[in-house]
Design a binder for this molecule. Structure first.
Ligand SMILES: CC(C)(COP(=O)(O)OP(=O)(O)OC[C@H]1O[C@@H](n2cnc3c(N)ncnc32)[C@H](O)[C@@H]1OP(=O)(O)O)[C@@H](O)C(=O)NCCC(=O)NCCS
Length: 165
């Protein structure tokens, strides 16, 4: 079933409790409150939450470094997956970064995280290398979209958004 009541908005400090609860539920090495608050206070970051009926069901963030937009986090509550929540979050994060002048997109993902890798492939990310021991217990796959600045990539994002309707 498609998501109909979902809304996205910037994350604030008031969301920390709900976001950290999801972090701990979802990730083996979750962000601490200190990391999250530092990220929210840092320059060149955008963090969004996805809300359904007033409940935070997902969140994600991007950090801009020169022309690179680095996806720092993306997560959806286990019971709300497969309905386009992450896709919507990613679309807003990527379009916002490109509107702000980013030309490339990058992220790290666990080698074993096939759900996320499939999502990122749909968004045009290609694997470019391995970051050894990036996570406590696993290597990271480094993925990039190197040509995100042109109309072709904007068209890809628009097609994905259209496919959600
Ligand atoms: C990876 C993750 C964020 C994906 O979240 P999600 O909300 O389930 O993602 P989406 O629903 O947008 O996309 C998942 C699939 O559902 C499909 N889908 C999207 N909207 C849909 C809809 N309305 N109806 C049916 N299917 C839909 C998508 O096409 C997508 O297919 P794909 O697997 O071929 O890419 C989620 O699994 C998660 O939180 N995992 C744990 C944390 C994590 O790994 N984060 C990434 C760290 S790098």
């Amino acid at each position: 079933m498609a998501v109909t009541t979902l809304s996205l908005r910037p994350m604030t400090g008031d969301d920390a409790g709900a976001v950290l609860a999801l972090e701990r539920e979802i990730f083996p090495t979750p962000w601490t409150e200190g990391i999250l608050r530092d990220e929210l206070a840092a320059p060149r970051r955008t963090y969004l939450v996805a809300e359904e009926d007033g409940e935070i069901v997902g969140y994600g963030g991007v950090m801009i470094v020169a022309a690179d937009a680095h996806i720092t986090n993306l997560a959806v509550a286990p019971s709300r997956r497969g309905r386009g929540v992450a896709t919507r979050l990613f679309l807003d994060l990527a379009e916002g970064a490109l509107d702000g002048g980013a030309e490339h997109l990058t992220l790290e993902v666990r080698l074993s995280n096939l759900d996320a890798r499939r999502l990122y492939s749909r968004f045009g990310f290609a694997p470019v290398g391995i970051r050894k021991d990036y996570y406590v217990d696993e290597d990271a796959l480094i993925m990039w979209v190197t040509d995100a600045a042109g109309p072709e990539y904007r068209g890809r994002l628009a097609a994905i958004r259209e496919g959600l309707r």
